[in-house]
Design a protein around this ligand. Sequence first.
Ligand code: HEM
Length: 493
Amino acid sequence: MVALYIAVIYLTVIFLTGRLLQQKVKAVKSSLSRIPGPWYGPLTTLHLRWLFSTGEIWKLVERSHAKYGPIVRLGPRQVWISDKAALKKILVKNDLPKVAMYAEISRDKFSPGLFGEIRHDPHKRLKRFLSPAFTVAYIDNLETYFKTTVRDLLDKYQSTIAEDPLAATKNGITVDLMDDLHNVALDISMGECSFGKGFGQTNPNTLIEDGVDEKVWKQIPRSIFDGLSKRYQLLRKIGLDIQFDWPAEMITVSHRRRAPDRGGQEARHGDGHDDARHRGPDGRDPAGGIGDDLWHAGVSVPGAGADPAARAKLMESLRPKPFSDQDGSEIVSSKTVRTDPEYEYLEACIKENLRLHPIASEMGRRTGNQWIELMGYNLPPHTVVSASYRDLHRNEKYWPQAERFWPERWLPEEKRDGAPAPDMDAYYPFSGGNHSCIGINFAWAEMRMVAANILSRFDIVEVPGQDIDFRQYITMQFATGHWKVTLKPRVHQ
Ligand code: HEM
């Protein structure tokens, strides 16, 4: 009997080793082998898995494009591209489907939400269904709700200032701006924003259980890149349809966001984007947080390494406002920012920020069942093709002085002051084609409002000595999850 067990184990090991070798040989001999990249690329995905789960994949991609050029192979069937014509081809012309990882972001496989829906027809139907809730006109109607939320944030700062107005006027107050912006609950945005602290966290009376937030942060990459669907796919292959779910902490937070005392209802799960149609100025709680899009695109403008001249020009362009309603200061609406020339430079800064810091350094597509020709290479079926937005946006060929924060690029020609015009074919902050961001108008409304209202009330100075690095956890964000700044009121109390 023992001999039989040993024989079975022996044969299994031989079989698995054979399969592995066969796969490796196939990967090495694949037509992808002509594509440049590191030697270990064809052999394993271990490094990719590790870097995805640490949020550092963008660093390898950046280094690899710099070394090997606009197309690079980093895995057995994983390539990255940053050439503008190639990006247009995969995103717009061929409209390649999303990789399976999108589906893993969803909690409910039967109702994955638009972001997690990777099947062509259901995606198309859902997008058509949701689109009316994302028009500029519809979003302009949400102003009352947006204003209340921005007011909550300002009130939070005001109450801190009120504790010692003299010191606050002289030295400012120190806040964790990234954390605060995560908690400004204007939308159910992407990625970890959806799992961040509960709605209404700018209200100092609502606290979340100690430690939950940190645990959630740590769970996300594991859940998405390693755990859920891999386990689930394997079990399904052997005929079992096992229920899978997010880790308990993520569920706790997701439930808290819909706490009944805030008027919310237990909505469908998923990535939450499908909740959008429930939103309204009637006080219904759409739940979630805003996070990355704001710090990236708006408020980080005056900090995090921004060009000092651009920063000074931006602050000069915005008239200082007192920060409380009692002082006669209204919350500036997104429509005002969109239409009033006072905010033209702010708009340009946001666009420039979205160029240098796109919300995702890259996004994955797959070739499906067909071969496609890309940049002179033939990509076989089931190749993962990632669109390197970040690299495209920082390419000198398309963006002269690409590393320079140069908002003038986005101004009308007569105000450009020597800056080159933007190359819109090399700019995909919201992606392109059928899978581009449905929330673009929503995102713009949020960025405009939060940036205009904070920057016209406060000078922002980054607290020195912080470890400024970035991680890509679905969206790009500060690596520590925090960004401390000093806010100095621009109008004295
Ligand atoms: C500055 C803020 C934002 C940026 C830069 C941004 C960017 C993007 C990008 C690049 C994609 C494409 C992903 C891909 O290539 O696969 C995307 C997709 C998506 N975004 Fe956004 N987004 C932002 C805010 C929002 C907001 C506020 C919402 C919802 C309220 C939203 C909802 C979605 C959805 C549902 C998709 C999937 C669309 C589809 O598959 O058809 N986004 N976003």
